[in-house]
Design a protein around this ligand. Structure first.
Ligand code: FE
Length: 288
């Protein structure tokens, strides 16, 4: 645990738009909320998807995500509560649990399963998809589990706790950094009556998703289960988040790739031809 002195911002970004997620089902029948959908690919480039899952009813999660392929992007799974077992075609296996994170670079291809390892209790967390630049879409797959105690965190003098999942915040660097898209991913816990400022590169597209309580960003309130897309303002060097009541949220930012995006389910490439190739490779057992 670190303490950190908060940066003083010249100007905070504001909220451009609030987004409500869409209830959906994925995998073998997992009920979840898709917060970032294909409609926001352009606006939130380099992020392709954000799923939020939160339930204490095993019927919502027990079916899990049996073997399925991915190609062309990265998946970041952050578990607030629960236990999920990962196995993949490269022979990796790991258990993701309370406060832990798993980072997978699918690259040219991985086939994996993500299955609950609990029969009851709460399962809550997020899966974020981060695009790969065209030059890296066919890179070798890679994956790593980060248990909760390997995710750096700091607490401000006011008692705000920030877990730094990717990138850095107020001088505290995450265990994971990525070139090109330079993602920032923070889990921020604000007691009532506190605020947090953190710098963000002006190049980055950014959003918050509130999962407890409510926060203020500029003049706008962001309630629980809402995404707030942060405005891209050349003069704004970061964001200030204010909590009148206790609140928890994730803050995600990344540098856009500005490349064509063609998605077919679990494959995200730059051209239709590359999608056909991915399907062909998968069907003929050459994907992974
Ligand atoms: Fe997957």
């Amino acid at each position: 645990m670190n303490t950190a002195t908060q940066t003083t911002l010249k100007q905070s970004r504001g909220i451009e738009r609030l987004v409500q997620g869409v209830a959906t089902s994925d995998g073998a029948g997992v009920n979840l909320t898709r917060v970032l959908t294909g409609k926001l690919h352009r606006r939130l480039d380099p992020f392709l998807m954000l799923d939020a899952f939160a339930s204490d009813d095993p019927n919502d999660y027990i079916a899990g995500f049996p073997d399925h392929p991915h190609r062309g992007f990265e998946t970041i799974t952050y578990m607030l509560a629960g236990r999920m077992r990962h196995r993949d075609s490269a022979g990796h296996e790991g258990l993701l649990e309370n406060g832990g994170m798993q980072w997978m670079i699918a690259g040219r291809g991985a086939i994996h399963s993500e299955m609950p390892e609990q029969e009851d209790g709460v399962m809550e967390g997020f899966q974020l998809w981060l695009n790969l630049p065209a030059s890296n879409k066919m890179a070798a797959p890679w994956y790593k589990d980060f248990p909760a105690n390997e995710i750096p965190e700091y607490t401000t003098a006011e008692g705000v706790t920030v877990r730094v999942i990717a990138g850095s915040s107020n001088g505290v660097a995450a265990a994971m950094t990525r070139e090109v898209t330079e993602p920032v991913y923070l889990d921020i816990h604000l007691p009532a009556g506190t605020q947090l400022s953190t710098a963000l590169p002006t190049t980055h597209n950014a959003f918050v998703y509130v999962y407890r309580g409510a926060v203020q960003v500029g003049d706008e309130q962001v309630d629980a289960q809402r995404m707030g897309i942060l405005s891209n303002t050349a003069e704004a060097d970061g964001v200030t988040i204010v909590a009148k009541e206790a609140a928890r949220l994730i803050l995600v930012a990344g540098k856009p790739l500005n490349e064509p995006i063609v998605q077919y389910g679990p494959f995200v490439m730059n051209t239709q031809e590359e999608i056909h190739q991915a399907l062909d490779d998968y069907r003929s057992g050459r994907l992974a």
